[in-house]
Design a protein around this ligand. Structure first.
Ligand code: NAP
Length: 267
């Protein structure tokens, strides 16, 4: 098995990464930083975001596994004292090809960013946000090429189902089960009064629907893609839709999404 480990960089995560390498060597797993079959993220959900973006160009060929060094997370199933058990299950899969791992696939968000300086395409695991730097973001929002609203406010957040429990939740967005192929648009502090009006509620767009955001020109803006922050001052538009790609997680034991939600937010 070809694998790679990314850790959060704190002492516990680094020690666990070392421990993982030792256990993996005993099972004849091979470290592969270029085209691993399995990527192990050791840290938190934020570490999984880094792991995802490190291998973003190889997503169809990789299955991710998360080990949490704090509390169990949305992208991490394994606790720090369970490494030996995880390796045992991975090894069993590898030797017997019995596929004890269930591959669970989560939808991603595809973004096309058009700037005066060029066009780029990105994928997000959690979300994309567009915010004003010095003041109100003013942007025309179209859905499926039809004018929907003129937005004024701090910004706009477009999230994936698995990202719906992150920034989107803080904005009052709905938590969406990752089996639903959709993206969610949530407002960040929109201005609503007698003059300006936005929908004022989160919108869920299904696959094959598209949202296009056209900011007024000459605004200094900030784009975030998960943990990545990109200042822009020549943005023309951003198109958002459900990506054709999905992220794969290797699940060696069940941990249902609603159990994660309950354990993260209720107890
Ligand atoms: P961070 O500011 O260091 O941490 C953000 C927090 O969000 C961490 O507690 C992280 O969990 C958690 N998180 C990440 N993905 C999640 C998910 N899918 N569901 C539930 N919680 C999640 O930033 P970071 O670690 O680089 O992560 C970037 C993310 O922060 C962004 O994608 C955005 O979703 C989130 N964020 C949230 C807000 C907000 O809620 N107001 C504002 C900005 C950014 P771990 O502790 O397990 O890593």
């Amino acid at each position: 098995m070809r694998y790679y480990v990314l850790d959060r960089g704190d002492q516990l995560s680094a020690e666990l990464a070392e421990q993982f390498h030792q256990l993996a060597a005993q099972r004849h797993f091979v470290i592969d930083a270029v085209s691993p079959e399995i990527v192990i993220s050791i840290g938190g959900d934020g570490t999984m975001l880094h792991a995802f973006h490190t291998f973003v160009n190889h997503i169809p060929n990789i299955a991710f596994v998360g080990v949490h060094t704090g509390h169990l997370g949305f992208y991490s199933d394994w606790k720090s004292d369970e490494l030996a058990q995880l390796i045992e299950l991975m090894s069993h899969d590898f030797i017997s090809a019995e596929n004890t791992a269930r591959i669970v696939k989560y939808p991603l968000l595809e973004l096309t960013i058009h700037k005066k300086s060029g066009t780029t395409t990105h994928v997000a695991l959690n979300e994309f946000t567009l915010k004003g730097v010095y003041g109100t973001l003013v942007a025309q929002i179209d859905i499926n090429q039809a004018s929907f609203e003129m937005f004024r406010g701090d910004g706009i957040c477009v999230s994936t189902p698995s990202g719906s429990t992150a920034y989107n939740k803080s904005l009052g967005g709905a938590m969406v089960h990752p089996s639903i192929e959709a993206i969610q648009i949530a407002e960040i502090a929109s201005i609503n009064n007698r003059v300006y009006r936005t929908m004022g509620a989160p919108l869920l767009l299904p696959k094959h629907h598209e949202c296009n955001i056209y900011p007024n020109q000459d605004q200094r803006l900030l784009i975030t893609i998960d943990h990545i922050v990109l200042p822009v001052d020549d943005l023309i538009s951003v198109s958002c839709k459900v990506s054709e790609q999905k992220i794969s997680f290797a699940r060696y034991r069940p941990y249902p999404f609603w159990d994660r939600v309950k354990s993260a937010f209720l107890r």
